[in-house]
Design a protein around this ligand. Sequence first.
Ligand code: GLA
Length: 422
Amino acid sequence: MSDTKTLPQPALSALELFPRHFQGDAPYAGGIGAAWAPGRVNLIGEHTDYNDGFVLPIAVDRVAAFAGRARSDKTVRLWSAHFAEYARIILDGLPESFGEQRSHLPGWARYVLGVITELAREGVKLAGFDAVVHGDVPVGGGMSSSAAIEVATAQACMLFSRGGFTIGIEGATLRPMQVAALCQRAEHIASGVRSGILDQAASCLGRPGKAVLLDCRTLEYRYLPFDAPHISLVVIDTGVRRELAASAYNERRSQCEEAAHMLRDIIVRSEPQNPLASAVRTLRDISAEQFARYGPQLPATLRKRAGYVIAEDARVIETAALLERGAIEQVGPLLWQSHAGLRDEYEVSCFELDTLVEIAQQVPGVLGARMLGGGFGGCTINLVRNEAIDRLRRAVGGQYQARTGLQASFDVCRAAGGPGST
Ligand code: GLA
């Protein structure tokens, strides 16, 4: 292993912990190494990914990390520093043995198993390894700790398989967006949530000082500047975690599919001469004008869901244009609008998230804020002038607990790089 000065802190901690949790008498086949991948925030474009729409995420300076050694057999042994428990995965028999192995594993290790299973399905050559898993992405807080673990797993498998397969832009076995798609499939089988590709793509594509505009249909992406020195991204955690979030997420996704299906039928009936009408597959294919004309024919709930998604997609495109011009301050109002849509039309916010956004709204210098990620708890993202950070911290400190009975935690994030290993 080379220089450790540039490693993220969780990778360093995992390296330090490794000899404490794994005996030196295992059949090791190489020296110690570390691999990591970042969590993300999403500036705007929530619940648009599985509608084939646009998202604008930013990888942050928080990672999930593995540190360990390759083994000469087909066993993976893991120690989670966060959960303080071991897990074991047997490579032989995957992908067929996935269901059986999953049922014996704790939640965090299922994501690792999911990625290893999908890599096995791709036919890549995998070696066993022992590793400590560490991280500083808040678990379950809407900053995609699971995607960070998944992408870090792919990176660790590449590192410990020593040439078995490679990840890279050109000439590699897997390109970054192929890793993202593979990790998305891993998330589906590990958790049962039919999530989109936002989180895994954001983690795979991270670049310091950049946001990524991703087209979730074509998977084409473009980097946009996100490096104004006088503005910060503040992530505030409500402290709320809700188990029901997974089923509500799948329900929202089905509602969008149903709305798109119904709109297609309505448009085909109303515009028999329009050759594009029958090509409507998802809400991505419905323009704002079409929605204004035909949306009122949808049942009320589906109308709200579709209305939100179509407007949010337009906000992403507007935000991208603003970032391109360096007009980052003007992004603020779009974040407030996004939150209002998620709260009133998509109905995935909650009292605690709304409270944090309301508090932020009263603080001069907070340019915009909204709930982040899937919803029903987790974090808000706040675009804040640096001189207002302390004001916001004091406002949250002074009001949030009194209004909710909970303690919020406060985090200032930076747009950071993607996965790495050493
Ligand atoms: C979760 C999912 C993503 C995305 C967001 C909402 O984070 O994993 O795919 O749908 O919710 O934007």
